[in-house]
Design a protein around this ligand. Structure first.
Ligand SMILES: NC(=O)c1ccc[n+]([C@@H]2O[C@H](COP(=O)([O-])OP(=O)(O)OC[C@H]3O[C@@H](n4cnc5c(N)ncnc54)[C@H](O)[C@@H]3O)[C@@H](O)[C@H]2O)c1
Length: 326
């Protein structure tokens, strides 16, 4: 009788019906999109020893991402939380690609962090589903698009999940793990354990508009904009009240500038349409600022004006006529 215990193949373990996590077997990660979030996600995986294929349609974005990762690793070295050897090992774990199919060879998990656009994400998921190995989990970092809707563009709905990292990824502890309607328990358990292995704190939520983070954060920001629009208080007053009164590290208007007013507007629209409730209607002022190109930090001006190299918080001229100012 043959008593040899066979090591189950990775693919087998990852495609059976068990609810068990197989996070410890994950070695290769493909990150799609190398912008603000994609470079942070690649950084964190690579720092924890995973082989990362970082893919973007833009070579310039990939080059920028490698520069950003290198700079952020230097920051960690300056704080003595990392050595120069760790930095070199982290960078050596990252390979860049502009070809999606090539970037997916051997992937155990994909984390998609491309531009927040539903048609784009649907198309990306159709293609990933075609090229990624059968056992591969398909995670998305979307802030607001339905995981179930994205998963319906694949033939592996059970393996599609939200893995919502926060910005800046190397610093922020939370990963909001979002179950699509058809996500398998094993997929959730794997992503939860994987998040912990990255030193993060995962919280599992279900697939409803805005999940938890943006369902609660964005209406607060929108309410701050309504208060400004109605002249209840000025930009500085609103932000100071929330900082000093509620111990928020940053006021809601400054945070809106950081997130990008276009992103805030689009998430409010997702909540408004998704719940069909007027309480989520975006403030008119928010819509006007987006139309006028006042998008916050990324456009140089939103509720505040941003000068490269300066950390001083200067209220935008547009909002300086507060009647209480003296
Ligand atoms: N910025 C945040 O604070 C934040 C926080 C949490 C989640 N998110 C989510 O993360 C995702 C990425 O956001 P971001 O802020 O990093 O955006 P970004 O604009 O900084 O980067 C997006 C990148 O995707 C690339 N891209 C576009 N189409 C692509 C394709 N077909 N294939 C591969 N790459 C492609 C772009 O070239 C760009 O480099 C979005 O879904 C967003 O909602 C953002």
């Amino acid at each position: 009788m043959n008593t040899t215990v066979l090591e189950p193949k990775l693919e087998k373990t990852m495609t059976n019906n068990s609810t068990k996590s197989y996070a410890s077997k994950i070695k290769n990660v493909t990150v799609i999109g190398s912008g603000t979030m994609g470079n942070g996600i690649s950084h964190v995986f690579a720092q924890h020893g995973y082989k990362v294929n970082m893919m973007d349609v833009s070579q310039a974005a990939l080059d920028r991402a490698l520069g950003t990762i290198s700079k952020n690793l230097d920051r960690q070295i300056a704080k003595a939380s990392l050595t120069e050897d760790d930095k070199q090992a982290t960078l050596a774990n990252i390979t860049t690609f502009t070809n999606l199919k090539e970037s997916l060879e051997n992937a155990d998990i994909v984390v998609e962090a491309a531009t927040e656009n539903i048609d784009l994400k649907n198309k990306i998921f159709e293609e990933i589903d075609m090229y990624a190995p059968e056992h591969c989990i398909l995670a998305t970092n979307t802030s607001s698009i339905s995981i179930t809707r994205i998963s319906s563009h694949t033939k592996r709905m059970g393996k599609v999940i939200g893995m919502h990292f926060m910005n800046p990824v190397p610093v922020m502890k939370l990963v909001e793990v979002i179950n699509g309607f058809a996500t398998d328990r094993a997929t959730t358990n794997t992503v939860v354990e994987l998040s912990k292995m990255l030193g993060k704190v995962p919280c599992v939520v279900e697939d409803y508009p805005g999940f938890i983070s943006n369902r609660i954060l964005l209406p607060m920001i929108n309410e701050a904009i309504f208060a400004l629009q109605e002249g209840v208080a000025g930009v500085e007053e609103i932000d100071t009240i929330m900082k000093l009164g509620m111990a928020h590290p940053m006021g809601p208007l400054q945070l809106a500038d950081f997130i990008g007013l276009d992103t805030c507007y689009s998430i409010m629209n997702v909540l408004h349409m998704g719940f069909g409730n007027q309480k989520y209607a975006p403030a008119t002022l928010l819509g006007n600022m987006v139309q006028a190109g006042r998008l916050g930090v990324k456009s140089g001006e939103g509720f505040y004006k941003y000068t490269p190299g300066s950390k001083e918080l200067v209220v935008s001229e547009r909002f300086k006529n507060n009647k209480w100012e003296h």
